[in-house]
Design a binder for this molecule. Structure first.
Ligand code: COA
Ligand code: AMP
Ligand code: ZN
Length: 428
């Protein structure tokens, strides 16, 4: 029932000891990176004078902006020691990039193997990974984890709905990794094909990458005849495998041997007590190539240190309850309003205003973008406007990795946006 019983059931005191020891090792490694050497020196903190886990609080947080502007200075070793990178969407300079050494990839795979094993996945299972491969961490992250566990792994990737169903039938898939809204949307394809998902061999679904409710989980479970487990992670902390639900389905265990968890009040930046929602902050405890210290995730959740009936001692976090920034997630893809603004404002044809509406029809996310076009370009020529619409669509898709529905409108017909937030209407 445990992948690594000793680690998963360490007593809380022993777990803290292990964290302290690993935190010292991490500080030692981090001091080899120009960025953290500077930060540690400024804070007067070192592996040698760190006495308790709380001492880490003397160090400032690491933010996404730090990663964007100084990410490469966070490497503790030469780039030639790195064997993989993953990156968020966004053009050069805006994207956040994480580099992994071979050992980092192995350690990450092991965390995912541990996570999936916890829910009952075993060698002999057939695992269909329906997340985006490529630069997304959900694809290759789970892939390596499932292979490490010994499951037969189908790298299905995202999209191609009919083919997904056929793969499940042909190879008697027993476990899925799928974005929760897509799991419900895919039921249309099952219906079109006249296939009942409950009649297949499915037992388990790993769902994550976007916020979802208990109600959505229950619907997925009922429709597919599976147990669905919430999976949380973020690229900056490797990817998935940071926190994962156990068979109790009551909060996600944060793998505290690998990640030091802090939950802070986002306003005061002081620690939040158990049960109170705050922003998750993580420190890598085992990462070799690019350990991040006190990374502010912007994700809101609460934690519980109550013992879990499953026997694992690692503390649990609640579902993600929101964000402390303006990031939105569409079809499992993260989008910052600033990215939309930058793409549109770089086009000479575009006038000052635009409006983005996010809808979810039948569990399918759509991004509608209304764009004001300069009067000069707003000709009666339909061919020209169709071409312009296509160009704007492609420019947005290439930056965001999701395809928007673009509508061109005359200048000064949209409300003048005051700030980015009011230009985004999330109607989901
Ligand atoms: N996951 C997987 N497939 C999805 C999806 C989702 N969340 N949302 C839609 N799709 C399917 C559509 O049903 C469609 O299927 P079809 O090929 O049978 O027609 C196909 O993907 C393309 O849909 P479309 O709406 O045209 O896509 P897009 O261009 O806006 O976005 C995706 C393309 C879906 C491939 C892209 O959004 C993606 O890769 N999403 C997954 C992201 C991910 O893995 N995140 C995890 C991060 S760890
Ligand atoms: P990425 O870096 O692309 O993997 O995206 C990570 C972000 O996706 C996180 O910071 C969360 O905002 C969101 N996310 C990932 N998993 C979950 C989950 N299980 N529930 C809610 N949000 C999630
Ligand atoms: Zn548990």
């Amino acid at each position: 029932m445990y992948w690594d019983k000793a680690l998963e059931t360490l007593s809380p005191a022993d777990l803290r000891d292990l964290q302290l020891q690993r935190l010292r090792e991490t500080l030692r490694r981090a001091a080899n990176s120009p960025f953290y050497r500077e930060r540690l020196e400024e804070a007067g903190l070192s592996a040698d004078n760190l006495k308790t886990l709380d001492d880490l609080r003397r160090l400032p947080f690491t933010t996404k902006d730090d990663l964007r502007s100084r990410g490469k200075e966070m490497l503790t070793r030469p780039l030639s020691d790195m064997v993989r990178l993953h990156a968020s969407s966004g053009t050069t300079g805006q994207a956040t990039v994480i580099y992994y050494t071979r050992r980092d990839i192995e350690a990450w795979a092991d965390l995912l193997a541990r996570s999936m094993y916890m829910t009952g996945l075993r060698p002999g299972d057939v695992f269909q990974n329906m997340m985006g491969y490529g630069l997304f961490t959900g694809g290759l992250g789970f892939h390596y984890g499932a292979e490490r566990l010994g499951a037969l792994t189908i790298p299905a990737g995202a999209g191609n709905s009919k083919r997904q169903v056929q793969l499940m039938q042909q190879f008697a898939t027993t476990a899925l990794h799928i974005i929760p809204s897509y799991a419900l949307y895919l039921l249309n394809t099952f219906a079109d094909l006249g296939v009942d998902p409950k009649g297949l061999s499915l037992k388990i679904a790993f769902v994550g990458a976007e916020p979802h409710t208990e109600d959505m989980r229950r619907r997925i479970e009922a429709a597919y005849g599976v147990k669905a487990y919430n999976s949380y992670g973020l690229s900056e902390m490797n990817g998935p495998g940071v926190a994962f639900e156990c068979p109790e389905q009551n909060g996600m265990h944060v793998w505290e041997d690998a990640y030091l968890l802090e939950v802070i009040d986002p306003m005061t930046l002081e620690p939040a007590p158990p049960g109170k929602a705050g922003e998750l902050v993580f420190t890598n405890l085992t990462r070799e190539g690019m350990p991040l210290l006190r990374y502010r995730t912007r994700d809101l959740a609460s934690f519980s240190d109550e013992p879990c009936p499953c026997g694992r001692t690692h503390r649990r976090i609640s579902r993600i309850q929101g964000r402390t920034d303006d990031m939105i997630i569409i079809k499992g893809v993260n989008v910052f309003p600033m990215q939309i603004e930058k793409v549109l404002m770089a086009l000479p044809e575009v006038h000052t205003n635009y409006l983005v509406e996010l809808t979810r029809e039948n569990f399918n996310d759509q991004m509608h973008v209304k764009v004001e076009v300069q009067q000069d370009f707003f000709r009666e020529d339909l061919k020209y406007l169709t071409g312009l619409r296509k160009r704007i669509t492609e420019a947005l898709k290439s930056e965001l990795l999701v395809t928007p529905l673009v509508e061109l409108v005359e200048p000064n017909t949209l409300p003048a946006g005051e700030g980015k937030a009011v230009r985004i209407l999330d109607k989901r």
